[in-house]
Design a protein around this ligand. Structure first.
Ligand SMILES: [Zn+2]
Length: 117
């Protein structure tokens, strides 16, 4: 029974991560579309250009965050594929199931994450 539960939890987590990956890829695409459109607008007045530059910065930051998150999702999926999804990449110990539930793309145990900070 316990193994069955584990299997279900792993499948749930994988489905969740795959959904998250699609969502992040779509979000990144939108940011890139946005940046592309703005770089084409050259004949705006200065004030508008300043606002756009600010928007660009915000979008750049969002894009960085989304791509970092996507990289982490890919990493967790790769570790799951290698049967290491529940092992901490730092100490090799088991990551608590509650932690994986709360943070499906976690690849480190709570102890190692706390040390990192
Ligand atoms: Zn650890």
């Amino acid at each position: 029974m316990a193994t069955q539960d584990n299997k279900t939890a792993t499948q749930d987590r994988k489905a969740l991560l795959e959904g998250l990956r699609v969502e992040l890829q779509e979000r990144l695409q939108r940011y890139q579309d946005h940046q592309h459109r703005i770089s084409g607008a050259l004949d705006k007045d200065l004030e508008e250009q300043a606002t756009q530059a600010q928007n660009d910065e915000v979008v750049d930051q969002l894009e960085d965050e989304a791509s970092a998150e996507l990289a982490q999702v890919e990493r967790a999926l790769a570790r799951m594929a290698a049967q290491l999804g529940e092992c901490c990449e730092e100490c090799g110990g088991l990551i608590a199931p509650e932690r994986l539930k709360a943070l499906p793309y976690a690849t480190r145990c709570t102890g190692c994450t706390a040390l990192q900070k």
